[in-house]
Design a protein around this ligand. Structure first.
Ligand SMILES: *Cc1c(COP(=O)(O)O)cnc(C)c1O
Length: 361
């Protein structure tokens, strides 16, 4: 059935080994693989859990961890919840995450109480915000950091496992030796002040891996959390390709349901499109237009590339995507399938949509 996402497990394994070489051998960091980009796909999770290079398996949604916590633990991997826990999911966090990322004392207290009642010790990593301005205690808020650490240390059922930063998500700030050194400085301050050892100093996501290749990752960083680098082979700081990886392990495929010659500019008074936007149309004259059966509900049209480089994406509504196939060397017919490489957004929505079938190679 179409539309479908084909997942080449051999290529993904190869990507995993590529990022593991960089992260573990060159960077001497532990490897946390993030599963949210493929909605914790079962086969991809199996591959990750089976692989000896993986130390931690992580997701931002507790529902995803719930599906594979048992498998991961049996394979000797720790499970990690990346998004700060909601108050309504604390029991599941304690049950399915070995480690959770946190920045709020109120939440930490709830986790401590729940861990007590489930009779377990739960590991927490404190998020420090180095300026990207998404989650974390602001790095200049010294009192808040010391106070949070001291309170966590007094909670019997929590273990302060480490500290972490997230960059290049909201603020699009690029990790550098400079800003990551502030995280390392905080690790030292905390260790000295409280005479403890932090096991994890996690230096970010797929936008940090380029620092290893440049030899600029500060030495105290001992963990990276990689989703996109593994799945698509991307360094997301500068968009370069990581050595030993490919960008076509995942392909999105959709079927042509209409093929007609029509003008390229809509006719009549122009209002707004299906999503309330006022679109701009380029006059390409009379063109050969193909409609494929996939839409905004299933993918992100701004982050997909046709394998046939002579096909252009013109736009999409919820369920229809319109392509200009005029210049293609292929002679497309109704029922033919058009394949796309995916970027992060197209992969995420494709993996999440119930209407997109997953097929494995
Ligand atoms: C999503 C996420 C990651 C992984 O990001 P990629 O860019 O896919 O590597 C890492 N850390 C946190 C906190 C995240 O939310």
């Amino acid at each position: 059935m179409y539309p479908r996402l084909t997942i080449d497990l051999k290529k993904l394994k190869n990507n995993l080994e590529g990022v593991a070489r960089i992260t573990k051998e060159q960077g001497r960091c532990s490897l946390m693989i993030v599963t949210k980009g493929v909605c914790a796909d079962r086969e991809v999770v199996k591959l990750i859990c089976r692989h000896p290079a993986v130390d931690f398996v992580a997701d931002s949604r507790i529902q995803n961890l719930e599906t594979y916590a048992e498998r991961a633990r049996k394979a000797g991997k720790q499970t990690v919840l990346l998004r700060l826990p909601m108050a309504c999911e604390i029991d599941k966090v304690i049950r399915f995450a070995d480690i959770s990322f946190n920045s709020e004392l109120e939440t930490l207290k709830l986790l401590n109480e729940e861990a007590a009642s489930q009779r377990v010790k739960h590991k927490v990593v404190l998020m420090i915000d180095l300026g990207d301005l998404r989650e974390g205690i602001f790095f200049k808020a010294e009192e808040a950091i010391y106070n949070t650490v001291s309170q966590v240390l007094s909670m019997d059922h929590l273990q302060l496992y480490g500290i972490a930063v997230n960059l290049t998500c909201y603020g699009a700030i690029i990790p550098k030796h400079d800003n990551l050194s502030r995280l390392c400085q905080w690790a030292e301050n905390i260790e000295k002040t409280f005479s403890i050892e932090l096991q994890m100093v996690s230096g970010g996501n797929s936008s940090s891996i380029y620092l290893i290749e440049k030899g600029e990752l500060p030495g105290r960083i001992n963990n990276l959390r990689l989703g996109e680098a593994f799945l698509l082979g991307n360094d997301t700081a500068y968009g370069t390709k990581l050595s030993g990886t490919t960008d076509d392990a995942l392909l999105l495929e959709a079927q042509i349901i209409e093929l007609k010659e029509k003008p390229s500019i809509p006719i009549g008074e122009s209002g707004v499109d299906a999503f309330g936007k006022k679109p701009v149309y380029e006059d390409r004259g009379k063109i050969k237009r193909a409609i494929i059966a996939i839409g905004q509900q299933d993918t992100d049209i701004t982050s997909m590339n046709p394998l046939d480089s002579k096909v252009d994406i013109l736009g999409a509504s919820s369920d229809h995507m319109i392509l200009d196939v005029t210049k293609s060397d292929e002679s497309y017919s109704i029922g033919d399938v058009v394949k796309f490489k995916v970027g992060y957004g197209a992969m995420l929505k494709g993996a999440t949509s119930n209407y997109v079938e997953k097929v494995y190679k």
